[in-house]
Design a binder for this molecule. Structure first.
Ligand SMILES: NC(=O)c1ccc[n+]([C@@H]2O[C@H](COP(=O)([O-])OP(=O)(O)OC[C@H]3O[C@@H](n4cnc5c(N)ncnc54)[C@H](OP(=O)(O)O)[C@@H]3O)[C@@H](O)[C@H]2O)c1
Length: 163
């Protein structure tokens, strides 16, 4: 199983605030869609609930919840990480798309990280990605984008593989 994590983080490793993303970056959403379409995406129940229009089209949405009665439409529900990975029914790689609980639970098995590093620190953030030890990861490529009228902050797409 090839397990990738994809995440937008700020300079302090934050990923969310009050159940939502830290900011809106249209190019990042486009990048996310391009990478994940045609694959399974594994997420926590709270991340699914943060999507304004429900499950993401063109992908197998696998949602983790310990609640046995949880059965939203259009998703595969799994009660454990192992069950989530077993349920994958689309080509590799599998993308872990958050939130913090699911990144933490899968991190040791993740072999590739697709980071969007937002060049800002959001003081109000309340949700964080696990610590990335630079010694354990090899930078494959990076692409920086400057702020513009649609993007309030500079950000860099980075792809890292585990050494
Ligand atoms: N920046 C980014 O790229 C990014 C990406 C995704 C999410 N986010 C942000 O992250 C925040 C949400 O993260 P979060 O950590 O609070 O929630 P989360 O990981 O999305 O969901 C947590 C829920 O998942 C279920 N769960 C967690 N671990 C499980 C396990 N091992 N087995 C079975 N079920 C499990 C539980 O659901 P039940 O309570 O139903 O049992 C738990 O309450 C939001 O602010 C969101 O916007 C940011």
């Amino acid at each position: 199983m090839s397990l990738h994590a994809i995440v937008a983080i700020d300079e302090a490793g934050a990923i969310g605030f009050n159940g939502q993303l830290l900011c809106h970056l249209p190019l990042d959403l486009k990048h996310f869609k391009a990478l994940t379409t045609g694959h399974a995406i594994v997420m926590g129940r709270k991340t699914l609930e943060s999507f304004p229009r429900g499950p993401l089209p063109g992908r197998q949405n696998i949602v983790l919840s310990r609640n046995k009665d949880y059965a939203p439409q259009g998703v595969t529900v799994a009660a454990t990480i192992a069950a989530a990975l077993k349920a994958v029914d689309m080509p590799q790689p599998v993308f872990v798309i958050g939130g913090a609980q699911i990144y933490r639970a899968t991190f040791p098995r993740v072999t590739t990280l697709h980071l969007t590093v937002i060049h800002h620190t959001f003081a109000q953030a309340d949700t964080f990605f696990p610590t990335i030890d630079p010694g354990e990861w090899h930078l494959l490529d990076e692409e920086r984008h400057e702020p513009d009228e649609r993007h309030p902050y500079a950000f860099t797409f980075k792809t890292l593989t585990r050494r």
